[in-house]
Design a protein around this ligand. Structure first.
Ligand SMILES: *[C@@H]1O[C@H](CO)[C@@H](O)[C@H](O)[C@H]1NC(C)=O
Length: 214
């Protein structure tokens, strides 16, 4: 007898004129097609969503630099620009009063207030920087340090408007403009280096931080 591979066919064809559509069959077919479609679309959308993967390392990934660039953008609505300055102090003996390089002051609130944008670098040691009136030759009678923070950033900037989970700018929109006028405001900030790599393998080194206020 001649060998015929068709004998192994599990899905044997029934002649067309012997098949008959049924209502149950139609129900099963329609619901399985819908189910397949749902599975396909949900898996596809899961596949297409971006996911941020976090990894912790012990080593400092940003070893190539000993200093951390800082950017601060803050509005003091009740303090004139002539009084506003930045003081930087750290455990390595740095004490700079009224840091001025790379600082822009823009009058707001009809000249009664000031928005300050400043870039500076800090050492990787404990220290502090503060916005104060210390650098001004004449001191205002009642320095009003109420403020609104737009940005405090350490390290390289993530692109503006990028939605990345993490603590790259947690001080954004912190509003202390309704507080007591003569109060001082302290933020205790813990800064950790981060490596951020996007899907096109661009690597940048921002820092993340947390803060507490007192
Ligand atoms: C600082 O913040 C103000 C108010 O949000 C904004 O208009 C300005 O563009 C910011 N400056 C920089 C350099 O990001």
């Amino acid at each position: 007898m001649q060998f015929d591979i068709r004998r192994f066919d599990i899905y044997r064809k029934v002649p067309k004129d012997l098949t008959q559509p049924t209502l149950t069959g139609a129900c099963i077919s329609v619901s399985s097609v819908l189910f397949i479609l749902y599975l396909f679309l949900s898996e596809l959308s899961l596949f297409l969503t971006h996911e941020v993967i976090s990894e912790l390392t012990v080593e400092d990934p940003v070893r190539h630099t000993e200093k951390i660039p800082v950017f601060i953008n803050i509005t003091l609505p009740q303090l004139k620009c002539e009084y506003v300055g930045i003081d930087i102090q750290d455990d390595m003996g740095r004490h700079e009063v009224g840091f001025q390089d790379d600082t822009q002051k823009i009058e707001v609130n009809e000249g009664k207030g000031c928005r300050m944008e400043s870039h500076f670098v800090i050492n990787k040691v404990p220290g502090n920087f503060h916005v104060s009136t210390h650098s001004s030759r004449t001191q205002p009678d009642n320095p009003d340090m109420t403020h609104l923070i737009h940005k405090v950033r350490f390290g390289m900037d993530l692109q503006e408007g990028k939605e990345v989970k993490g603590s790259f700018n947690p001080l954004e929109d912190v509003d202390r403009s309704a507080g007591q006028a003569l109060a001082t405001h302290d933020y205790i900030v813990k800064v950790v280096p981060s490596v951020y790599e996007d899907t096109s393998r661009n690597i940048i080194y921002p820092y993340q931080y947390t803060y507490s206020y007192r």
